[in-house]
Design a protein around this ligand. Structure first.
Ligand SMILES: Nc1ncnc2c1ncn2[C@@H]1O[C@H](COP(=O)(O)OP(=O)(O)O)[C@@H](O)[C@H]1O
Ligand SMILES: Cc1ncc(COP(=O)(O)OP(=O)(O)O)c(N)n1
Length: 278
């Protein structure tokens, strides 16, 4: 049984954060372990409170896992503060980070507008975490913050991705959920260090139930990597997983409802996700 780890915040509403990650791991047949960085009081309407754990207790959780388990792949989600990122990076350095596939989802702002990463943490994320990533999965606003570049035209997506690849990661997925939102399709742009590039296309689903899409996508990549799947195929399968989760909403809550983590196993992706080279 392959073990995947999520280092992220708890979403009491169950649609994003640790809860989305563990559901995704389970559905994709890996054993999920978790290190909680912060607890949020959250539902589909928004975040009403955040209580970050002490970074030393985050270290205790990581040490407890590494003293017992062999982690095949891990993802980071809500890390909240510079101190938290520093301690996570320090433990990963001590624990042979090169032997694990690391997925960095640079979570910054929840759909309801709550800030999940302090401004002072951005530079620490750039310097200490991004260089360890096998893949980083920013949405377009997150990519703008990480690179300091404006992304208004398609060629600027490539420029920003190349900037991110310079930090040392093997691949970057620029998620298109927030990009050209009037179009019929969503496109995610994948840039690999090897020079390989491809786009993932899917019909844009008219739904309010997109809470946790980014967490679910990065968790699915992590699960596939934990099973030993190559990075390109892991990204494609993850896209199919999250697309199915959006396409079959559960209609829960009064705001941005959660995606359906059961859907991929039940219905597949209906063949709606395609990829295009370049
Ligand atoms: N309305 C939608 N229809 C289909 N796919 C979507 C939709 N919204 C987001 N996605 C997909 O969900 C994944 C997460 O993207 P995004 O919503 O941009 O991330 P985040 O939650 O981090 O902001 C991407 O693969 C994106 O293309
Ligand atoms: C605890 C926690 N972590 C991450 C998020 C953000 O998740 P994301 O997948 O980006 O989805 P939205 O919040 O944008 O819907 C979160 N809300 N809570």
């Amino acid at each position: 049984m392959n073990i995947a780890l999520t280092i992220a915040g708890s979403d009491s509403g169950g649609g994003a954060g640790i809860q989305a990650d563990l559901k995704t791991f389970q559905e994709l047949d890996v054993f999920g372990a978790s290190v909680i960085t912060a607890v949020t009081a959250q539902n589909t309407i928004g975040v009403s409170g955040i209580s970050a754990l002490h970074p030393l207790f985050v270290k205790s959780q990581l040490d407890a896992l590494y003293d017992d388990f062999s982690i095949a792949a891990l993802k980071t989600g809500m890390l909240f503060s510079a101190e938290m990122i520093e301690i996570v990076a320090e433990v990963l350095q001590e624990r042979d980070w090169q032997k694990q596939a690391i997925v960095v989802d640079p979570v910054m702002i929840a759909k309801g507008g709550a800030n999940l990463l302090q401004d002072t943490a951005i530079e620490v994320m750039r310097r200490q975490l991004l260089p360890m990533a096998a893949v980083c999965t920013p949405n377009i606003p997150e990519a703008e913050v990480l690179t300091g570049l404006r992304i208004e035209r398609q060629e600027q997506i490539r420029e920003a991705a190349e900037h991110l690849l310079d930090y040392g990661m093997q691949a970057v997925v620029m998620k298109g959920g927030h990009w050209q939102t009037t179009g019929e399709h969503v496109v995610d742009y994948v840039f690999m260090r090897s020079g390989e590039r491809f786009q993932l296309h899917a019909p844009r689903i008219a739904t309010n139930h997109t809470h946790g899409t980014g967490c679910t996508f990065s968790a699915a990549i992590t699960a596939e990597l934990a099973k030993g799947v190559q990075l390109r195929q892991a990204i494609i399968t993850a896209k199919r997983y999250v697309h199915a989760a959006i396409a079959h909403p559960l209609e829960l809550g009064r705001g941005h409802g959660p995606t359906n983590h059961f859907a991929y196993k039940k219905y597949g992706d209906r063949g709606e996700v395609t990829y295009v080279e370049g």
